[in-house]
Design a protein around this ligand. Structure first.
Ligand SMILES: Nc1ncnc2c1ncn2[C@@H]1O[C@H](COP(=O)(O)OP(=O)(O)O)[C@@H](O)[C@H]1O
Ligand SMILES: [Mg+2]
Length: 128
């Protein structure tokens, strides 16, 4: 899904919530992945200019999960340690999007290159 504007953040967020609900994720897990989605989609838009979110169902043989990849071709993150520590915004906002999202999901991976872009991959597993 394209992230070109505010409306797209809402659309991606809604899609992910419905995707989780359709797979009977509990309300806590659904809220967690939905909130992380908002933050990461917003980062792709605000810091990256625009981006793409790719949502997929994954399975490891025992359980089902949701994996979302957020990609942008923006400036990248020069100091990843600082960005992930939390409370460090270059946009004068809360600076808790990355650190908060990391805590809300089960798997979190960032691939970023200055001048080339950022790719954040998150996975939330369903609890049975
Ligand atoms: N997709 C991105 N592209 C470039 N920089 C990013 C991206 N996502 C996050 N950052 C950098 O990491 C910082 C921390 O991100 P975040 O915790 O979401 O805080 P906020 O968005 O409130 O600034 C941002 O201020 C920005 O400098
Ligand atoms: Mg943010």
């Amino acid at each position: 899904m394209r992230i070109d504007g505010e409306d797209d953040i809402i659309a991606v967020r809604r899609f992910v919530r419905e995707f989780a609900e359709a797979r009977k994720f509990d309300s806590f897990a659904t809220a967690a992945i939905t909130t992380a989605t908002s933050e990461l989609a917003r980062n792709a838009l605000v810091h990256g200019g625009k981006g793409i979110a790719t949502i997929a169902e994954v399975a490891d043989g025992y359980r089902v999960g949701i994996r979302i990849v957020f990609e942008d071709k923006g400036p990248g993150i020069a100091d990843l340690g600082r960005a992930l520590a939390g409370g460090n915004s270059t946009a004068r906002t809360m600076g808790l999007g990355l650190s908060g999202s990391k805590r809300l999901v089960d798997e979190f991976d960032i691939d970023t290159k200055v001048g080339a872009g950022t790719k954040v991959t998150v996975t939330k597993w369903k609890r049975y």
